[in-house]
Design a protein. Structure first.
Length: 455
């Protein structure tokens, strides 16, 4: 296997210029799955490119399937040897908007190398993972007559919008997703060069809270002091959702869970998150406890008059959108119920409160046993020369739960090129090319090892 590893490594390294060219082409597509923000032709072009690329590396049957939200999923299948397991390789080609392009140090839709990293929107999340899959399959095909396992590929077209098209497709056409092992390439290592699998994802239970106290605005000089201010009431309600240490405190929710996997060093977190000097981190316990194992409440937005143009008036109404992240082991519906009850109970002065519920998303816990996990762990440790780390992720990937429900016997593993320095979803997103290279080597070795186990 050492000789095989060396051959795959050499081939991947030889193919890295091709990988860079492919990523550069993919990054040029403004594939934002929202016609208000980018022409639909951009997503269509990216989908066609991805489909053609997977055909070129040996996936015999590739098609574009329209999903319930109008996006196109790239799905493909190449059968393996008789009796061999099947592996599904997931990625997504849609991206987050670039945001304020003035904050980028180079054009967001032009792959640019700087200080050894490749910059561009989607370079890591998740077009870098698309290219990683292509690189692994291309390298594997070059050292053998055929793939050692059956391969299914799925590249989603609306993951960043969260509109559920692919989840519906899993239920409508499960045959497109049937596999023994599913590799979700949409996470990353805890640090460059540290092999990591993600085993847990927090769920989500958002609400929008509306507060009303008056029929209309009132002059603050004439009525201020006795007239109930809806914005002040909302601020008071929101303040009850965090204690003085910054811990989330929602009545009825357990907020004391601990993380027992890889830790997230505080100094590294401060650097990754861009925390200002002198500002303390919030929450008790470790960073890993706070971001991977415990519920977290974030105020996403508040409807209130802007500072510029504001009048000397008491506000009759105010609203806020709240994001509650829910760790594995916690029911997101019950968490949302607790949040609604907390807000209603925290309203001061008899203020009228109405809470709108958004759809909940369940947390996910991966299995850390089985031949797929064992083969992947061995491949990652061989490639990187370090023990495997186990991490969580604060975000939500609804597809994991849908696949888990549809295929309860399948092993689902999460990895990818999106390590902390990538700054996904932010200006100046980037990818470290060594992560693309190492993960491509590891994925090729994993597929080879899994195939050998099936013989």
């Amino acid at each position: 296997m050492v000789e095989q590893s060396d051959r795959i490594r050499a081939r991947v390294r030889q193919l890295m210029p091709t990988a860079r060219d492919e990523l550069a082409t993919l990054v040029t597509f403004r594939s934002i799955a929202d016609p208000r923000q980018a022409p639909p032709e951009q997503c269509a072009g990216a989908a066609r490119w991805v489909a053609d690329a997977f055909r070129a590396v040996g996936i015999g049957t590739v098609e574009l399937v329209e999903t319930s939200d109008g996006s196109k999923a790239v799905v493909g299948h190449q059968p393996g040897p008789e009796g061999a397991p099947t592996v599904l390789l997931y990625s997504h080609y849609d991206i987050q908007p670039a945001g304020d392009e003035a904050l980028w140090h180079s054009p967001p839709f032009e792959l640019t190398e700087r200080d050894g990293r490749w910059y561009g929107r989607g370079a890591a999340d998740c077009k870098g993972n698309v290219v990683m899959h292509l690189l692994a399959l291309r390298a594997l095909a070059s050292v053998g007559d055929s793939f050692p396992v059956g391969i299914r590929i799925v590249s989603e077209g609306s993951e960043e919008m969260g509109t559920g098209g692919l989840e519906d497709l899993v239920q409508d056409r499960p045959e497109l997703f049937s596999a023994d092992v599913v590799v979700i390439a949409d996470t990353g290592n805890v640090a460059v060069g540290q092999p990591t699998v993600t085993t847990s994802l927090r769920g989500i239970a958002n609400v929008v809270v509306h507060v009303e106290t008056l029929e209309g605005e009132l002059h603050s000089g004439m009525y201020g002091g006795s007239a109930p201010d809806a914005l002040a009431a909302l601020v008071q309600m929101l303040s009850t959702l965090r204690d003085h240490g910054g811990n989330t405190v929602v009545d009825g929710l357990d907020t004391a869970q601990d993380w027992d996997g890889a830790q997230y060093p505080e100094q590294q977190f401060r650097q990754d998150a861009g925390v200002l000097d002198g500002v303390r981190l919030t929450g008790s316990g470790t960073v890993a406890d706070a971001v991977w194992a415990r519920p977290a409440l974030t105020i996403l937005g508040i409807d209130a008059p802007p500072v510029v143009g504001s009048a000397a008036a008491i506000q009759p109404r105010a609203s806020a959108r709240l994001n509650l992240r829910v760790p594995p082991g916690m029911d997101p519906q019950r968490a949302q119920d607790a949040l609604v009850a907390h807000l209603e109970g925290a309203a001061p002065w008899g203020a009228h409160v109405r809470v709108e519920r958004e759809a909940v998303g369940a947390p996910f816990q991966a299995k850390m046993s089985g031949p797929g996990f064992a083969a992947l762990q061995a491949a990652l440790e061989t490639t990187y020369g370090h023990p495997l780390a186990v991490a969580g992720q604060g975000g939500t990937i609804p597809l994991c739960n849908v696949l888990g429900e549809q295929f309860p016997d399948a092993e689902i593993v999460l990895m990818g090129v999106e390590e902390p320095q990538a700054h996904i979803h932010a200006p100046n997103e980037s990818v470290d090319p060594s992560e693309i290279e190492n993960l491509a080597v590891a994925e090729a070795l994993f597929l080879q090892r899994l195939g050998d186990q099936g013989k």
